[in-house]
Write a protein that binds this ligand. Structure first.
Ligand code: ARG
Length: 297
């Protein structure tokens, strides 16, 4: 196996204003609020774990009016192009409740030397939420449906000069692809096919030479697909025995970090961390002009 090239440099948002103020996914209930000190401790333990494994984690402050901003994965898609400056394609969130997040995140990235761009602007253009996108094989695999719109795939492909393979998400509880898909190395990934329509599930499984297939229950109740991989260590919010046995047989080390307070907002470890070291020419090929491949209708 060859380790993933990306996943050594993350941006995360310190949870100073994390709350559940509205409902935009089936996990959220304003009557069930996170415990502030517990969330703070869990988040710091997660960041320390990533740093101990050798990853760099840059910390962005949270806007007081943006309770979901802790889910840093959705701020934008960081990508290092073959030529030129590292950039972040800022998300254009599906729900107005989250749109102010990128108004702070964009200058934060820009001040630190990233070029920033949008595929769409408030009210114009297409919704894109970066938690839907992964470099995998010969393409950027992007989930669309509940959050990202199909039109965003075309923008992404041409703006970045890469191939984009769309997969259609149909499960309301797995509203971002990162709740159902987790690349592990160059051949293996956790995949929960019940997140997708039949054609997309088949297409995604075809792209993964050695899939670790998750049941709907495993993905929804443990958030185990919402994990991050640093080298050969999988940092997971929980790990069902069956999943652990397969990961260990493959030579991965499993480190569990409890981030249960953040499950109340509908996200886990991957949602809380945004890798910004995805590199064209290393993690996915450049395709001049871009190309979109959609599953059969
Ligand atoms: N409450 C957030 C939302 O619904 C959770 C985001 C989870 N993030 C993720 N990458 N799946 O947008």
């Amino acid at each position: 196996m060859t380790e993933l090239g990306w996943g050594r440099h993350y941006v995360a948002v310190e949870p100073t204003h994390f709350r559940v103020d509205y409902v935009i996914n089936p996990f959220m209930d304003p009557a069930v609020q996170p415990d502030g000190p517990t969330a703070w401790r869990q988040w710091h333990e997660m960041v320390e774990t990533l740093r101990r494994l050798g990853a760099t984690v840059d910390v962005m402050p949270q806007r007081s009016d943006a309770p979901d901003m802790v889910y840093a994965m959705n701020l934008g898609l960081g990508i290092v192009p073959e030529h030129g400056t590292p950039r972040v394609v800022m998300s254009h969130m599906r729900y107005a409740e989250r749109r102010m997040e990128t108004r702070s995140a964009q200058p934060w990235f820009a001040e630190r030397g990233w070029a920033t761009s949008y595929v769409g602007r408030d009210g114009v253009g297409a919704h894109l939420e970066a938690g839907d996108a992964f470099a995998w094989g010969d393409a950027l695999v992007v989930g669309y449906g509940p959050r990202t719109e199909e039109l965003a795939l075309k923008h992404l492909a041409s703006d970045l000069g890469v191939r984009v393979r769309g997969v259609r998400i149909t499960h309301p509880g797995m509203y971002h692809l990162d709740l159902a898909f987790c690349p592990l190395d160059d051949r293996r990934a956790m995949v929960c096919p019940s997140a997708l329509d039949e054609a997309s599930a088949a297409a995604l499984l075809e792209l993964v030479p050695e899939p670790l297939v998750l049941t709907e229950e495993e993905a929804l109740t443990t958030f185990c697909a919402n994990s991050v991989v640093v080298g050969n260590t999988v940092v997971m919010p929980a790990c069902p025995d069956r999943v652990r046995a397969q990961l260990e047989e493959w030579g991965f080390e499993v480190v569990v970090v409890d981030v249960a307070e953040f499950h109340k907002g509908g996200g886990s470890i991957r949602c809380l961390t945004n890798p910004v070291d995805l590199t064209v020419g290393r993690d996915l090929p450049g395709v001049p002009g871009g190309e979109v491949v959609l599953p059969p209708a």
